[in-house]
Every structure is written in C-alpha cells, then in structure tokens.
Design a protein around this ligand. Structure first.
Ligand code: NAP
Length: 308
C-alpha cells in the first residue's frame, strides 16, 4: 500500500474539528488539523454560551474555543494555518493541495462549518465594516448609545440583539414574518427588553449612507409599502451557508449545500467524513458539533485500521 503523509487530516478548526483532532491525537493517529484563519470557528464571535454542559454559569465563546484547542494540543494535535485549495482522490488516498504544498492522507474529516448569509441588497457590501456587521462581540462596543438594526428572527439574531442592548440606545429587530423562529427562552428575554422594538413583516431592500451607514430601507411584506429607518449600525443575522464551495464535486451535498452524512459521519466517499455545522443536521449546536467530531474521529480510526 502506498504510504501517506498522514493517517488523518482534519479541515477546519471550529469545535467539531478540534474535538475530532483531540480524539484522533489521543488515539495516537498521525493527524494534522488545517485551519484557514485561527482555531475557534463561529463560536469565537459569541459573547456568551449558556447551553454547553459543564459550565453552569455560562462561558465566553472565545474562552471556550481556546480551552478546546488547548485540550487538543495537549494530546499532541498539530494545528497548521493554511488554506485547502483542492482535493483529489487516488484509490483510497486523498491528495490535498494546500497554498504551497501537497499532503496525502488516508482519511479526511471536513469540519469547515458555515458562514453568515448575506442579505444581498444594494449597499450591503459597500458598508460592510462601516455600519453593516455580523459580529456583536467584535463590533457592539462601537455602537455605545447609538441606534442599530438587527435583521433576522432566529436564535442568532435574538441572542445577539439581547447582547447588543448592553451598548446601544435602541435596537430595531427586523423580521420578515410575524413570529420569531428563535427558541422560546431567548424570545422571552427580548420581548421584555425596553431597548428593543420589533418591526414585523419587514425585509431590508437597501442600505444607505455617505462615508458610513446612515439608514436602511424596509419593505413591509404584507402591505408592500416602504419606510426608511435611520440607524448607525445594521447587524445581519439571516442564517448561515455551509462552507462547501471549495469541495466542488468531491462528496454529495444536499440541495442547500450541506454535506450529506450517515450516523457515522461518513460522506459519499469512503474515508471522508464531515462533522459540525457543515453537515446536514437537524440541530446546529456546540453540543452536537462536539458529538459529530468524536464520531467522525472514531469512524476514521476504524477506516484507517482496516488497511493495517
Ligand atoms: P436560522 O435559524 O436559519 O434563522 C435565520 C433567520 O433569518 C430566520 O428567522 C429567517 O426567517 C431569517 N432570514 C433568512 N433569510 C432571510 C432574508 N433573506 N431576509 C430576511 N430574513 C431572513 O439561523 P441562525 O439564527 O443563524 O442560527 C443558525 C443555527 O445555529 C440554528 O440551528 C440555531 O438554532 C443555532 N444557534 C443556536 C444558538 C443557541 O442555542 N443559543 C445560538 C445561535 C445559533 P424565517 O424565520 O422566516 O425563515
């Protein structure tokens, strides 16, 4: 059998990838984790995590990801900052093109997560970083005593809006329906928050300003009428899109681009697994990402052992 540089390569350093890496390193597999930016994933931009077991008082998202990375590194997981440009297959070997070298592996775990979805309205890109934002922890303090809009009705929009009210004078939560998608406990928290006004049945059609954001145009989805709302900031939380564009035709994706896996986290290609937000899953939580990562690592280990 042709030898490979690694037994297992993990792509993506969010909580799913780090957990897979910890299990693999602890099982003494020859493993490496490749992360484009810095380890941590989406949870890095979450101020407070209160539903992750073991932290009854809650924990800051960046602290939790740092602790998870430290734990994986303690078991010997190497983490390399690099970008995967493409993957090809030769028999059971996976050949991975990095920015300036090629590595080979027997098994591969895709844990590249998901990114915030954009509104795709005029002005959004121009004012990104100049009023349009997606990270409350990073940008919230810039909006002390200002007026902001938050777009979306899911857990992220509701949870992050509540956090923003530590800083802002007023927050308009703009949702396209007349009912929020977020879990009940989060909804309760914002419905009684005096700084939050919910604008129902409305979508953003344009964002405006000169050097920085000054206002947004909303259209009522029922009456079709428009209104302009003056805001200093506009936080966009309208869901996530999987980071699978780079995968091209490698593994089967569902109609929305998430990687299709079975209960063992196996994709359509033997020896390739997916874990966390990047996969088709009924629940996207830290707790499920951790479980996915552990299952993917053990499945990969069984696959690797089958060649020995
Ligand atoms: P999400 O659950 O998909 O919600 C997206 C929200 O944006 C929905 O309310 C949706 O409206 C709205 N939306 C989508 N496209 C839109 C558009 N073009 N214009 C206006 N509104 C639009 O996404 P998420 O809130 O980012 O959450 C992602 C996942 O992470 C979920 O599984 C969530 O449960 C999880 N999460 C959990 C927690 C927690 O447990 N504390 C915190 C954050 C995230 P409709 O409702 O009409 O579809």
């Amino acid at each position: 059998m042709m030898t490979t540089d690694y037994e297992l390569v993990i792509i993506g350093g969010g909580v799913a990838g780090l957990t897979a890496g910890m299990y693999a390193a602890r099982s003494q597999l020859k493993v490496i984790l490749i992360e484009k930016l810095m380890p941590g994933g989406q949870i890095l931009s979450s101020d407070w995590v209160e539903n992750y077991p073991g932290f009854p008082e809650g924990i800051n998202g960046a602290d939790l990801s740092q602790r998870t990375a430290e734990q994986a590194i303690r078991f010997g997981l190497p983490i390399q900052s690099d970008e995967v440009l493409g993957i090809t297959l030769k028999d059971h070997i996976k050949i991975i093109q990095l920015s300036n070298r090629i590595i080979t592996t027997q098994a591969l775990i895709i844990a590249t997560g998901a990114s915030p979805r954009k509104l795709n309205v005029p002005g959004e890109d121009n004012f990104f970083g100049k009023g349009v934002a997606t990270c409350a922890t990073c940008d919230g303090p810039f909006y002390k005593n200002r007026i902001v809009a938050a777009i979306g009705g899911g857990d992220t929009a509701v949870q992050e809006s509540a956090y923003l009210t530590r800083f802002v004078q007023k927050l308009y939560l703009i949702h396209r329906r007349d009912e929020l998608r977020a879990t009940a406990i989060l909804q309760e928290r914002i419905k009684t928050n005096p700084k939050i006004e919910i604008i129902w049945n409305s979508v953003v059609t344009e964002v405006h300003g000169k050097d920085k954001l000054e206002s947004i145009t909303l259209q009522n989805t029922k009456t079709k009428t428009f209104q302009e709302v003056k805001v200093d900031g506009c936080f966009v939380w309208v869901g996530i899109i999987p980071n699978t564009q780079w995968l091209k035709q490698l593994v089967a994706l569902d109609s929305t681009g998430f990687v299709v896996v079975n209960a063992n986290m196996e994709t359509s290609v033997p020896g390739i697994y997916a874990a966390g937000d990047v996969r088709n899953t009924p629940l996207r939580q830290l707790a499920t990402a951790v479980g996915d990562g552990a299952i993917a690592a053990v499945s990969a280990q069984h696959y690797i052992e089958s060649f020995k």
